[in-house]
Design a protein around this ligand. Structure first.
Ligand code: G3I
Ligand code: 9MR
Ligand code: ZN
Length: 530
């Protein structure tokens, strides 16, 4: 078997594939002529449990469609070599957020055959409010394959894309064919505003932010507009409030040149959340025991407060935020983590993207040192296995593809800081894995790749009665720790970590989709100029 990036490879870039269970390869052009061949030394690969080897075909630069064969007769997926090999992947990865919109009719003009009526327009019940109250709560993105809306998950997805926008604004001159297209505001900012404006409604007058808005239990597999379960707003949490302070401060900076009114609202929300954080230094969150939906539980809010402190310092310049940053750095928060639970890396991005001289020099140096250390660790791990994946076997857990893409973000940001090409190359290898260069020979992005996954754990996809799946959704990917009946079943037990995956809508712990598994892909493709 020869696994390739099933979208393709950039003409002048590094081009690697992985052969497993065979030794001799032949690279064919579209007409079947052999343009390159060779033998590969195989080594044992812990992640996939196979004997595998690396094929370097970087010398092939002629644009066209290609495929590999090996001596056992297997044929790889076809792929292209070209200047822009990923086609509409970047646009589709961003359009995913439009399909996650809650509270809006998705019309055929923008959603094609995946159009549906507006959903969840009912008032939300504010849990544990005295006196009991309900309130308007409209908009936001459905989190994932469920219809819940979660502040921490939304804030991280927004941050991935807004920091990418701050670094590479020109990369977002892309029309997404959404209702706001042509408004003069970059489409990605119009899309992000759909979530940001919903988050404003999740904030109490004292600045505290409700953790999530979901029904008391998950809806059945019905279309969103048929879900009549009332959303409840669970109590305020420091996790949501800190994330809100950070992402609203970031958004106020990004939107200022485009929409002053909105930027002002976001700034106000950030400063209000900051007040709550200062008044509640030791507050955490407990998911109410009678609310049976996603918890996004997190036993430590130090990293969320670190991110908030970094962004609030950029907003109001108060020294107390520098003091707080120094305090939190003492407890060794992971300052390259970019996932929904650990956001220390977002704090580092805020500091390192700010103009020189904004933060004290020693802090900036410390964040940069830690970042390069983290990136070098990923390069070392990736260089030791034939898939060049920066993963150890134990890292394949729920949402492993998010971690792969966040690792690619770490490597690309290291390239941004140093211009060292090795970081960009190793970041591309992580993207290659997502797009097909893996032991399952599958592309983990719907509609992209000859062998792309097609059966996500996603309520509209299951309920809409349409055979075709919306393109551009990223699967959670292999999970060696189980978590649902399919994943736990014999078929996945005893398999190597990289193979613990089922393209089956019932497997939510290996095959769901979420907004913060798509957002790192947007960051990576924006940076690579896809
Ligand atoms: O980090 C630990 C690791 O140290 C340990 O070795 C490993 C094995 O035990 O577990 C790792 O933590 C896992 C964590 O995901 C990694 O991010 C937890 O076990 C696992 O339970 C957790 O799963 C989360 C899942 O909700 C269940 O809580 C996923 O991250 C998270 O993406 C997912 O989020 C759901 C929402 O709740 C509801 N909406 C859909 C969304 C996606 O499935
Ligand atoms: O559909 C739910 C998915 O979004 C969550 O990530 C997952 C874990 O919280 O739960 C899914 O809902 C399942 C529930 O947990 C167990 N009964 C079956 C539900 C639908 O698969
Ligand atoms: Zn909805």
């Amino acid at each position: 078997m020869i696994a390739v990036n099933q979208s393709g490879y950039v003409t002048k870039g590094v081009k690697h594939a992985t052969i497993a269970g065979a030794k001799h390869y032949e690279l064919h052009d579209a007409k079947g002529s052999v343009v390159l061949s060779g033998d590969v030394k195989l080594i044992h690969d812990e992640n996939s449990g196979a004997e595998a080897g690396l094929i370097d075909f970087s010398e092939v630069e002629k644009a066209g469609t290609y495929y590999f064969t090996d001596e056992k007769g297997s044929q790889s997926a076809r792929f292209v070599i070209g200047r822009k090999p990923y086609g509409d992947l970047y646009r589709d990865a961003m359009r995913m957020f439009y399909f996650q919109r809650c509270g809006m009719e998705l019309t055929p003009e923008y959603a094609g055959k995946f159009a549906h009526k507006a959903c969840h327009c009912m008032e939300a019940r504010v849990l544990k409010s005295r006196p009991a109250r309900r309130q308007k709560l409209l908009g936001g993105w459905h989190d994932a394959g469920d219809y819940g809306r979660y502040v921490t998950a939304g804030a991280v997805a927004l941050a991935h894309m807004l920091y990418a926008f701050e670094m590479k604004p020109k990369a977002f001159d892309v029309s997404l064919n959404i209702p706001e297209s042509g408004s003069g505001i970059p489409d990605i900012l119009s899309e992000c505003a759909w979530e940001l404006d919903w988050m404003l409604q999740m904030q109490e007058k004292d600045g505290g932010v409700h953790h999530k808005a979901t029904s008391m239990h998950f809806a059945d597999f019905i279309m969103p507009e048929d879900d009549r379960l009332v959303p409840v707003m669970t109590p305020v949490s420091s996790l949501a409030t800190a994330d809100q302070a950070a992402v609203m401060a970031l958004a106020s900076r990004i939107y200022e040149p485009y929409d002053k009114k909105r930027a002002a609202k976001y700034k106000k929300s950030a400063l209000l959340a900051a007040k709550w954080l200062q008044a509640n230094p030791d507050f955490l969150f407990k998911n109410p025991s009678d609310v049976h939906t996603g918890t996004y539980e997190d036993r430590c809010d130090a990293d969320e407060r670190l991110w908030a402190a970094a962004e609030l310092y950029l907003l109001d310049g108060k020294d107390e935020w520098i003091w707080l940053i120094r305090q939190i750095l003492e407890i060794r928060v992971n300052t390259t983590a970019l996932g929904w639970a650990d956001v220390g890396g977002l704090a580092a991005m805020a500091v390192l993207l700010s103009p020189a001289g904004t933060f004290p020099k020693d802090l900036r140096t410390r964040f940069k040192e830690l970042w390069i250390e983290g990136a070098d660790r990923l390069v070392t791990i990736a260089s030791e296995n034939p898939y060049e994946l920066a993963f150890r076997p134990y890292e394949f857990h729920w949402g492993s593809n998010m971690q792969v893409l966040c690792n690619a973000m770490v490597l690309l940001f290291a390239h941004h800081l140093t211009k060292d090409k090795k970081y960009a190359d190793y970041a591309r290898f992580q993207l290659d894995y997502i797009l097909g260069r893996n032991a399952l020979d599958i592309s983990y992005v719907t509609g992209h790749g000859e062998r792309a996954f097609k059966d996500p754990h996603n309520r509209p996809t299951v309920a809409d009665g349409i055979e075709e799946v919306i393109p551009g959704f990223v699967s959670g990917g292999p999970n060696a720790h189980g978590g649902d009946t399919i994943a736990n079943r014999e078929t996945l037990k005893g398999k190597a970590p990289m193979c613990c995956y089922a393209d089956d809508w019932r497997s939510y712990s290996t095959n769901e989709i979420t907004i913060y598994w798509n957002s790192p892909l947007v960051f990576v493709l924006a940076y690579l100029g896809a």
